[in-house]
Design a protein around this ligand. Structure first.
Ligand code: FRU
Length: 498
């Protein structure tokens, strides 16, 4: 198509060669990982010309964060990914220090529109350097993208007083039923916390500032990154990733978090009024999620399966870092956000092994229950007529030395994910506790393992706990532990790669 810059050409050449150096079994099997180098946020998640497209924050040359490019992968089922050449590189005056997160929509003429944040470093009078952030566009055909000649299309000139020009990023674009384009952008306000700004456009290229959709007012952390705003099951949902949070009971933890606000959208005033708040993920590694609507109408979310504060937890010998979460189908039930693995995952199931009414007292291993690429459904309950058990645990990625565990105490309804003994040699967070809704010791768990991660769906999607783990792959044992007697039903499938 168009002429591409030397910076992007270099990235293409580099990634094509470097990808060949990574053996397939050194990557997750069905979670998207960096083609080479570093990956963070999902970007430009969209369905275009019969395929799912997922772009990502990408530094091909190093497995640590650096000048941001957009990596690109496509899929027919959101589980098997094919890498495409990097779509964007920091190669223009208005984005020379990075092409930060953004999103995609389809234009009326059938082309693919990417909207992203261009970053430029600016020297301050006191000698320090800050990054100015503006919103930019690129148009393409699903493979090649050309940056718009009039970039940036939204900059600080249109912002009202008090809106930061330094923290102004991550546009999420969508189209209203009448074809109008809208986008929400994360911004820092006067009170130093976050706010979400709303913009609109008739053609996708000329943008008008509308108003502040919602203000954080220092309620949930500080700056709000990577907003996504959509209608779901009759309510409106804002997903965002707050920085610098303080813990609040078992709901939010310190540092970078994910936040889901559910409420009503006053479409006359363009104001979102939140009525309910919750974490999106209650585990350790989940950030910056983005959603799409699939052709059959499902709202599906993918997040970066990582936390900024735990990035020092990595394997030294791998030249990729960063993976995406499973795509999760969203719904609202009982006023809460529910998430379940996309139904396409069931097509990967093979080798079913099941047991009913197993009495778990002490340590129990079951024939055929092992593996590092598995989908496992567990239902636990107190044994009929017996006193309620004190603790249940399942250990996985286990060998003589290592394991990761999920343990549940019905006494206080606390479910804990713990990777302390997974082989990590870093002084970072390894455990997270979450309060769950058990019915007097009755609880349902669905655990998905994919070589370097565990995602735990509690009570049919009421809560999810996600964690990465780098235990050697030969550690594929799974065992169960009961303090007291736990009655357990279990069905386990291998997740095959074909
Ligand atoms: C979130 C984030 C975004 C930014 C990007 C930079 O993880 O900080 O706000 O656009 O990462 O890579």
């Amino acid at each position: 198509m168009n002429k591409i810059s030397q910076v992007l050409r270099d990235a293409h050449r580099y990634e094509e060669n470097a990808e060949k150096m990574i053996a397939e079994e050194d990557r997750p099997a069905f979670h998207l990982s960096a083609r080479t180098g570093w990956l963070n946020d999902p970007n430009g998640f969209s369905y275009y010309n019969g395929k799912y497209h997922l772009f990502y924050q990408y530094h091909p040359y190093d497995s640590h964060w650096g000048p941001m490019h957009w990596g690109h992968a496509v899929s027919m089922d959101l589980l098997h990914w094919e890498y495409y050449p990097a779509a964007l590189a920091p190669d223009e005056v208005y984005d020379k220090d990075g092409c930060f997160s953004g999103s995609a929509v389809v234009l009326d003429d059938g082309s693919h529109l990417l909207m992203y944040t261009g970053v430029v470093k600016e020297q301050q009078s006191d000698g320090t350097v800050r990054e100015v952030q503006t919103q930019c566009l690129a148009v393409g055909d699903g493979t090649d993208y050309e940056k718009y000649a009039k970039n940036p299309v939204i900059d600080s000139k249109v912002l009202p007083e008090g809106c930061s020009r330094y923290d102004f990023r991550d546009p999420k674009i969508w189209r209203k039923k009448d074809g109008t384009y809208c986008c929400v952008v994360g911004n820092r306000s006067d009170d130093k916390s976050g706010q979400i700004l709303l913009f609109s456009s008739r053609d996708g290229f000329t943008w008008n500032y509308e108003n502040v959709l919602i203000s954080n007012r220092n309620r949930f952390g500080k700056m709000w990154e990577c907003p996504d705003f959509f209608e779901l099951d009759g309510k409106w949902v804002l997903l965002t990733s707050p920085m610098d949070m303080l813990p609040s009971g078992f709901e939010y933890h310190n540092g970078n978090n994910t936040l889901c606000l559910i409420g009503d959208f006053d479409e006359e005033q363009n104001i979102f009024n939140d009525q309910h708040n919750q974490s999106i993920d209650y585990g350790i590694d989940f950030y910056a999620p983005q959603t799409i609507v699939t052709p059959d109408g499902r709202r599906v979310m993918i997040g970066w399966m990582q936390n900024w504060d735990t990035c020092s937890f990595r394997t030294q010998h791998m030249s990729w870092f960063g993976q995406m979460s499973l795509p999760r189908e969203l719904s609202i039930k009982n006023g809460r956000l529910y998430q379940n693995p996309i139904k396409e995952l069931e097509q990967m199931r093979a080798g079913q092994v099941g047991y009913k009414n197993v009495s778990v007292a002490g340590t129990v291993c079951l024939d055929g229950i092992r593996g590092r690429k598995v989908d496992m459904e567990i239902a636990i309950a107190p044994e009929d007529g017996k006193e309620i058990y004190r603790k249940f645990a399942v250990r996985f990625a286990q060998n003589e030395q290592f394991y990761t565990s999920l343990s549940f105490h019905p006494g206080d309804s606390i479910l804990k994910i713990d990777r302390k003994f997974s082989g990590s040699r870093r002084a970072i967070i390894h455990q997270r506790r979450s309060q769950v809704n058990d019915d007097r010791g009755k609880l349902k768990l669905r655990i998905i393992l994919d070589r370097f991660s565990a995602e735990v769906f509690v009570n049919d999607g009421e809560q999810v706990l996600t964690s990465v783990l780098y235990t050697e792959q030969s550690a594929d044992g799974i065992s169960f532990l009961g303090d007291g007697v736990v009655k357990m039903d279990i069905v386990k499938y291998d997740l095959s790669e074909c």
